[in-house]
Design a protein around this ligand. Structure first.
Ligand code: HEC
Length: 116
């Protein structure tokens, strides 16, 4: 099945729908300032940052050694298949198959992780 490219999907993305899809991430990630480190790192401000740089979180060696920077593109790929983007990372997540779901989530995270 052919999928639209990310730029096209992002242009039409729905952040409210993304907020609901974020339920899948919420058990392991906070987004607010001074948010707790849960099983996964706090994600406030993570976009445009190199992977593995949230203060006070103990990342896997694999994530620390990666040279990924978080952009809509790398995040899209990560949510589709974390183990493919950074093999050996410790985020236990099967991945989100639908490109539109990932685009809506990216639109939500762009808002939710930059607002203070
Ligand atoms: C079962 C818990 C769990 C779930 C569910 C989960 N994550 Fe994670 N996430 C983690 C862990 C643990 C790490 C740290 C991985 C490492 O250090 O190898 C991580 C790392 C990340 C990172 C890298 C952050 C950084 O500072 O480099 C991003 C981005 C991320 N997750 C996004 C998401 C998104 C978006 C979702 C929902 C679609 C999600 N995660 C669902 C546990 C989870």
């Amino acid at each position: 099945m052919e999928e639209e490219d990310l730029a096209t999907l992002l242009a039409a993305a729905n952040p409210d729908r993304g907020r609901r899809l974020y339920i899948q991430c919420r058990a392991c990630h906070t987004l607010v300032a001074e948010g707790n480190q849960l099983l996964g790192p706090n994600l406030l401000g993570f976009l445009d940052r190199p992977a593995g740089t949230a203060p006070g979180y103990e990342y896997s060696e694999a994530l620390l050694a990666s040279d990924v920077t978080w952009t809509p593109e790398t995040l899209d790929h990560w949510m589709r298949s974390p183990s493919e983007v950074i093999p050996g990372n410790k985020m236990i997540f099967a991945g989100i198959r639908r490109a539109r779901d990932r685009a809506d989530l990216i639109a939500y995270l762009q808002q939710a992780t930059t607002a203070d």
